[in-house]
Structure formats: structure tokens, C-alpha cells
Design a protein around this ligand. Sequence first.
Ligand code: GCW
Length: 678
Amino acid sequence: MRFARLCASWLAAALIVAPVSAGAEDGYRLWLRHAPRADAAQHRIGPVTLEGSDSPTARLARDELQRALATLFPGQDGANGMAVVLRRIPDPHMREGAFRVAPDRGVVRITAASDTGLLYGVFALMRELGQGRPIDTVRLDEAPAYALRMLNHWDNPDGHVERGYAGRSIFDWWHLPDRVDPRITDYARANASIGINGVVVNNVNARAMMLEPRYIAKARALADTLRPWGIRLYLSARFSAPRDIGGLETADPLDPAVRAWWKAKADELYAAIPDFGGFLVKANSEGQPGPQDYGRSHADGANMLAAAIGGRGVVIWRAFVYAAENTEDRVKQAYSEFQPLDGSFASNVIVQVKNGPLDFQPREPFHPLFGAMPRTGMAMELQITKEYLGFASHLAFLAPLFEEVLDARTGRGGTVAQSVTAIAGVANTGSDRNWTGSDFDQANWYAFGRLAWDPRLPSAQIAREWAAQTFSRNPDFLRAVVPLMLNSRAAVVDYMTPLGLAHVMGTGHHYGPAPWVADLDRPEWNPVYYHRADATGIGVDRTRTGTNALAQYAPDIAQQLAADEDLLLWFHRVPWDYRLRSGATLWQELPRRYDRGVAAVRGMAATWATLAPHVDPARHRSVADFLKIQTREAQWWRDASLAYWMAVSGRALPPGHALPPHPLDWYQAQRFPEAPGE
Ligand code: GCW
């Protein structure tokens, strides 16, 4: 008896030591901390058993739950409690990944028709328990909205992460395949916990080398590590690879030798990685090679690769294109180029479109291609890493941004969410101990996964789930932190790009304000291209009298967008004295918005200061430090922007607004060659 008790408590103790390092709160454990519940003594938890499958994935699911329960409900001996039964059942109606969780005569049953379904069911139960729900009240019946829920890493083989603000790449290509960093398992586990099932491990600005045999061996080792967690590996492919590494004269997609080269390459990949997901391609975009180099279309290029992959996977072809030689309004170019190709892509091609027509701005209208290519598989690309929203140093919870675009009606039958079959997010992970550079940026990774699983989830629910699991279940804490998170992105819009402004960030690195830049080679690289401010007014006329970008939207949606004052300067060019519906003039409203943004950040910092009792000192301090940076930088954004608008408009600030402390040329002289991520 004593011996048995000893064994049980030893077991429980062993189970507390999760695969991730225990110890101080340093953010490493993300939302998977499973902090012991205050009411643990009131619950009796029984054993976890697995039926109907013994695959590595099913066993992971069982072990995961055992460990989580031991941590959430410490000190239990596992006898006479509520048992949990994981059961794989043959059910042809259950979609891949779907699961049910339900209490049933003294046991909790997690049922699924696939092993990944069991795994997702386990993580879903843990999410509920992590928020403090009693185990016998959890009832869930879920299936993922999209079959493909993927992260795109812009990680280079040398370890640099393009637009990464969380350290170096987590993929240690140099030591692969001999050494797979144990961290990759924790990474896979975190992804599985939010339903992510595909990762593109290298930058879309791809090196052809990634397709050489020595790199395929490395990718294989990664794929083997990701596989038990239900995650398939994908590679970004450089379109000119047949020339770069294949010894061919051309990469023309209609050339038989080129086609044969890609077919052989795909076969080689599938021999090494039987569940290889496929290729992601950035072609004829920002200097990357592509089919147009040979007078061929995007469809010619994508279909050639799709034929090489065949029924084994997909080709994800990005629609992020704009060209220097093209004088058409940049935000119109992707639609102009891709929409006419609707219906000409192979069935295993997915066209991946950024959420907005420009480039991951704090706020943009949704991309007009959504809903406009009904005969093409479409994916939406969101940016989790905050290239244009203050890097990792600004607290900006992105679920409201994601939700805004997912919920937008296309006017062509349904919402943006309904118009796509896959979701991709540009990852924000790196080698930093807390994975994402700042603790609150973990919430954006989490929110991305949750929305890719269910695009109808409200941002508030996602914020609450994340904060409760990551920091504290205390209701006072949640009452304060959830609104803080929910309002944070709007604050960034206010102090960086109010009223539809866009792309006014510093050149290249996109750090800080630089709306005055006008001397870059390509017109659309210059911030002035996006606001065109002068003494007479500001904004871009995208109505019929201007570039008519509005016409790329369904007529009733175009009308709504044209009337949206939060997008005023995106779609219209107006005089500084333009009167808004509130009665204020634009020149009165602009400083109000900037000031509102700065005040909101000060408010966030003040609120966070009151939350110290609920958060461990290390993480509390770290968030507070970042909020200090954000407060200073929000003020800088406001001051520099207003100094510039005053200069171009020739106007004095309306009464009630503080003058920028420096003259315009002081702001213009700031240089940050060392800013991260470029
Ligand atoms: O947002 C821009 C970035 C580039 C990026 C490009 C793209 C990977 O500034 O760094 O390149 O978009 O999405 O292809």
C-alpha cells in the first residue's frame, strides 16, 4: 500500500516535469503552463486510457493529458476519480481533426476518427480546464473550418529571420540532420495545441539550395519531428532552381526538361518525406524569379509545379505581386494580374492572398481578390510577426485585425472567411526564450491558430482563453487584461496610420515614422506615394475620378468602403478642411486620433502596472518595460507625423494639441541602420 502510494506520487511528480523546462516563469511554456488550480482539492481525477489506436500521435495525446492533469490538479493519486477515455472510432462523417469531448457516466470521453483528432480533443479539454472549468461539464464537438492551417516561416538557412523580432531562426539548419533541437518538439506541440497542421520552414525569398539533397536530409529530420504532432512540412521553392542548382539553361515552365527536373525533385522529396506538404512560391514579386521571366503566366508556373507534386500535396502560389514597370496603382495590381486567371489553375494549386491589397498595414480594406476567384482554391495570408505594427516591442493583439478581415463581406456571396479554403500566418517565432520576443506576442501566435481552426471565434474569447492560461485565471486580472488586449491594435492604428493612412514607416526596416520619404528608386517604395499630401490636401483618390481601385470590389461593398471614414485617406483625396460626419474637419481630427492613440498606450501601461499582484515578477517587468518603449514610440510617431503634416499643409496645429517638441528636420534626421528584421 505504502509502496503503491509512493509509486503514484513519484509518477505524479515525474509527470509534472513537462517536456519543456519547468522552473521560473520565463514565457517558454507559452499558454501550456497548466498552472495548478486553486480548486484542485475539490476535484478527483482518474486515470487516462487510450482505446482504438496505439499510434505515436495517440500516445502523445494520452501522455500530454496525463501530464497536464497532474499539473493542473496536483496531489491526486489517480484513484476513484473522473477517468478520461481517449477513443479512436471509425466514423466516416467526422472530418480530419474533428473530435468530441463529453462526460458520460463518470468518465470523460474524447472521441475522434483520427489520431490528430484525439490530440486536438486533448488540447481542447486542457484549454477548458486551464480556464478553470469543472471537468465533468466540458462538452465539445468541433471540426476545423479549414483543412490547411499553416505557419509560413520567413527563416533563412543562415539563421536570420526576415521580419523576425524574436531572435534567430528556431530551425538550426547548420546542425541538422544530426542534431534536431529539442525545442522543435516543443514548437510542434505548441502548434498542435492550437490546431496548426502545416509549416513552411523557409523564407518565401527562397534559396535554391533548400532543394539540394543535403537540405532535403535536413528537412526530413524536421518532418520526422513534426509528424507525430499532426504537422506536415512544406518548402518555399525558388522558381529558378532548375537553373540555379539543376544545371539547366532555363526555368521556363513549358520546357520539357524543366518539367522533368521538377518532377524528379518532387519524387526525391516524397521518397524522403512521404507526407511532404508541397511548395510555397513567391514568383515575379520583389525581384524573385518566376514564369513571367519566360513570357509565361502565373498559372503556367503554378500548374507545372502542381503536375510535379500530383495528388501528393499542394502548390501554394502567392499573389503578392506588384511591378516597378507597372504604373497601375500598386494596390490594384494583384487583382488585375490574378483575377483573369480564375479557372486556369490546377486543382492542387492554392492562390495565397495577403489580407489586404497593400502589405500587412495596421489597417487596410480586405483584398479584393477574396470572393473574386470562385473557381480557384484560395488561402489568406496574415502576418503574425508585426513588421508594420511596432515589432515585438509594441503590444498589439492582432485577433481584432484578423477578425475584421475574416468577417468582412465580399459582396460576392459570403464573407472573406468563407471565400478561402486555407489560412497561413507569417510566423513570429524565434530563438528568444519566450519564443516571440515579447510575452504578449505569444497571444498573436495563439490567436492565429484559434482563428484558423474557427474563424468565427470572437477576439474577446481568444484573449480570455490565452490570458487565463498564460498568466492568471483571476477574474479581476481577466477583467482588466482582456479589454487592454482588445483595444491595443486600434491604438496602433491611431498613433501610426489613422484615417486610412498606410505605409508611412521608415524605409527598409519599417521602424518608426517616415511619411516624408520621397527619394527611393521605385515610386511605390516611397511613403509619399501612399498619402500624396501637399498644401491642398491628403490621400489617394481610388474612386472613379482617380485610380478606381474601388471598382475591384463588388458594387455594394465598394460603396460601404468608400463611406468608411476610418479608411478615408485610403480611398479619397480630400482637402485639409474636409468635413467629417462628426462635424470636425480632417485637420482637427488628425491630431485627435494621434493623441487618442498615445493616450491609449499610456492607459495600457497604467492598467498593466495595477496587475502586478496577478503576474510573476519577471514577466510583469518585461511587459512593463516594453510598454515603456511603446509609450515613447507612440509619442514619437505622433510628434513626427504631425510635424510633417504641419509642414506640408502649411497649417498650425488646432488649439488643444501640444506642439511636437522638435522641428521636422530632427525627426527626418533619425537613422536606424541596425533595426532588426530587415
Ligand atoms: O511585407 C513585405 C516584406 C518583405 C516580404 C514581402 C513578401 C518576404 O517587407 O520582407 O518578403 O512583403 O511578403 O513577400
